[in-house]
Design a protein around this ligand. Structure first.
Ligand code: ATP
Length: 316
């Protein structure tokens, strides 16, 4: 990483942001389309996907000071230390920043973990963007993107949010126009599936091919709103039939369409309006699954609501 420094402030100067504190919202995502185009020599799969932000989010509190990089979280499901993407993001940031960085993070985890909703990647992007804001933007956008892509395939998307096309491993991002707001119901069965496992299951069950529909699936024409489709479903549903069962339940409860989120195991359904989603939620037994009503979130709100305390609420 190159070192980017701006201005003539020395490493002993306090940040001009005197509070040295910031709390940020790290929004979750699902993929309205996810096509697997083939396997690459580096072991990753070449994909073409459309990401969509939703108003479910973690809150990451960032405070300059302390000793080195400190991290705590209210969830036992999240790893501590450098295995946490927040910590690795801060380390990548510090390496480029060129001077020691002392920062405390406290993460309020709300997004289901290892459930295909990009929670860890969103937290990592939140740490990068939050630190850059707190330290008065030592990195230009391009440098943050570079760091984000090194941290993980989905991380660059969370610097942009809204609806966006992802190509390559998912890290090549083209922002797309927002769809009309979607009324969604999430069913999270609590089954943890890593993206590695989902792609291994894909390899066992499917041979990657450029399906006909991907022809219509390029950023050039502004991207039409295609029917939802996730090519990782077949493998995951084969190994975990209960996940496929949740998709069927959503459709039977009146969802206009439903799809598995990313590598699973959460499934999301879209309803005609909020009331229809609420009625379906009331009918679903929530014994072994977490049922969450939420909405899609437009890019402008994703960016505006990043900082907690700004004058809007994320869930409207
Ligand atoms: P992926 O597709 O990368 O597997 P996901 O969206 O399905 O991601 P995440 O919630 O991001 O799921 O968690 C994936 C793994 O990342 C978890 O099993 C966890 O060990 C690790 N992880 C690291 N940092 C975080 C974080 N801040 N929040 C959640 N998980 C994290």
């Amino acid at each position: 990483l190159k070192t980017f420094r701006r201005g003539r402030r020395s490493s002993t100067d306090p940040p001009r942001n005197m509070s040295g504190k910031l709390s940020v919202r790290c929004f979750a995502k699902f993929n309205t389309q996810l096509y697997v185009l083939g396997r690459r020599p580096d072991g990753f799969h070449e994909i073409r996907t459309v990401f969509q932000s939703i108003d479910l989010h973690d809150v990451l509190h960032i405070e300059l000071g302390g000793r080195g990089i400190e991290f705590e979280c209210d969830s036992q499901e999240v790893p501590r230390g450098r295995e946490n993407l927040v910590v690795s993001a801060a380390e990548a940031f510090a390496a480029g920043y060129g001077k020691e960085l002392s920062v405390r993070f406290r993460l309020e985890k709300r997004t289901p973990v290892a459930a295909g909703m990009g929670g860890g990647s969103s937290d990592a992007a939140g740490a990068l963007r939050g630190l850059n804001m707190l330290l008065e933007e030592p990195f230009p956008k391009g440098a943050l993107w570079e760091m984000a892509a090194r941290l993980g395939s989905d991380v660059p998307y969370f610097l942009v949010g809204g609806r966006a096309l992802g190509e390559g491993r998912g890290e090549k991002i083209t922002p797309l126009d927002d769809p009309p707001r979607m009324h969604l119901l999430l069913l999270a069965p609590g089954i943890k599936i890593s993206s590695g496992t989902a792609y291994r299951l894909f390899n066992l069950t499917c041979s990657p091919s450029i399906s006909d529909s991907t022809g219509a699936f390029s950023a050039g024409d502004g991207m039409p709103f295609l029917p939802w489709r996730n090519e990782l479903e077949k493998g995951v549903f084969g190994a975990h039939p209960e996940v496929g069962g949740l998709k069927e339940r959503l459709l039977a409860s009146g969802a206009v369409e439903a799809v598995m989120c990313g590598s699973g195991s959460t499934v999301v359904g879209r309803f005609a309006d909020r009331e229809a989603a609420r009625r379906a939620a009331d009918r679903l037994p929530a014994d072994r699954i977490t049922v969450t009503l939420c909405s899609s979130i437009e890019r402008s709100r994703f960016l505006r609501l990043f900082k907690c305390g700004d004058d809007d609420t994320a869930r409207r």
